[in-house]
Design a protein around this ligand. Structure first.
Ligand code: FES
Length: 296
């Protein structure tokens, strides 16, 4: 000790005595510069080294300064990481790093989810529009010709089929009903069916292909009501001169057994005879003309 305290110091340095601990002035300056956190070193549990020779004291001072320097560096890293959230090398900042990583992942997931939902929504909006642009099977079926089996249709009975969304009546007229047609000529608005409300092959007194079978659209030509079938002669609500036919209760229009409108009625024209033809003696195809093919 005496050697280092007396002649062991480099020339030009002044030995300093700190309560028996001798340090050169240069070592003291280095230790003082690095070891500003002496109190922190004490907090870490390292006992102060007040004894030993000068060499030990010098190493102890360097070690203490180095330990304190590491502590400060770690603390600084923690502080910076906690504030910046981007300290890749700071263990203490991992929690904040994970938080940012989770936020980024969540943000990406939300953006991706929103994109998928938006895409599905666009498809959901566009798909019905595209579908509506093409005719559906139902629409095609609604415009297709309709077959009607009249094999069981007795005289006086009426059969109704739907064609293009409209009721089509098929009436098996009795001899009396056919006979009444001849007597009403002067009471009708258009007895010869001059207005185009029937195909040419139905422009006759019975307005039909076969005299006893009437095929007719059951919609009033006034405002579109569906007239009622009133075959009874001199019905109480229709008067003693009623010979049977069709009556529209909406505004009182009257039609005979051929769908011809009485004069002075709200309905302006006779009822419509649709295109039709016979596939056999007992099967009628409604919607197809006898001569011209499928109706326009
Ligand atoms: S709708 Fe038939 S008379 Fe008016």
């Amino acid at each position: 000790m005496g050697n280092k305290a007396g002649g062991g110091f480099p020339p030009g340095t002044v030995p300093l005595d700190f309560n028996g601990l001798k340090l050169s002035s240069l070592e003291f300056l280095m230790a003082s510069k690095k070891g500003k956190g002496k109190s922190k070193s004490n907090q870490s549990g390292s006992p102060p080294h007040n004894g030993g020779d000068g060499n030990q004291s010098g190493r102890t001072g360097h070690q203490a300064a180095a330990d304190q320097s590491d502590e400060v560096a770690i603390d600084a890293t923690r502080d910076v990481s906690s504030y910046s959230g981007a300290g890749v090398n700071a263990p203490a900042g991992e929690s904040s790093i994970r938080g940012d990583q989770v936020d980024v992942k969540r943000r990406r997931m939300l953006v991706s989810g929103a994109s998928v939902v938006g895409g599905l929504g666009a498809v959901a909006l566009v798909a019905p529009m595209v579908a509506s642009m093409s005719p559906s099977e139902k629409a095609k079926a609604a415009g297709a010709p309709v077959e009607a089996d009249i094999s069981k249709l007795e005289p006086g009975q009426r059969l109704t089929v739907e064609w293009r969304g409209k009721p089509v009546w098929i009436l098996n007229r009795t001899p009396d009903a056919l006979g009444s047609l001849e007597t009403l000529t002067d009471s009708l608005s258009d007895p010869s069916s001059e207005v185009d409300q029937q195909p040419e092959y139905a422009r006759n007194e019975t307005r039909s292909i076969k005299p006893e079978i009437l095929v007719m659209v059951g919609i009033c030509t006034h405002l579109g009501c569906s007239p009622t079938y009133r075959p009874e002669v001199a019905a109480a609500d229709l008067g003693a001169d009623w010979l049977g036919g069709f009556f529209c209760p909406c505004h009182g229009s009257r039609f005979d057994f051929a769908g011809r409108v009485y004069a002075g009625m709200p309905a302006p024209t006779n009822l419509e005879v649709p295109p039709h033809k016979y596939l056999s003696e007992t099967v009628i195809l409604v919607g197809v003309d006898s001569e011209e093919g499928v109706a326009a």
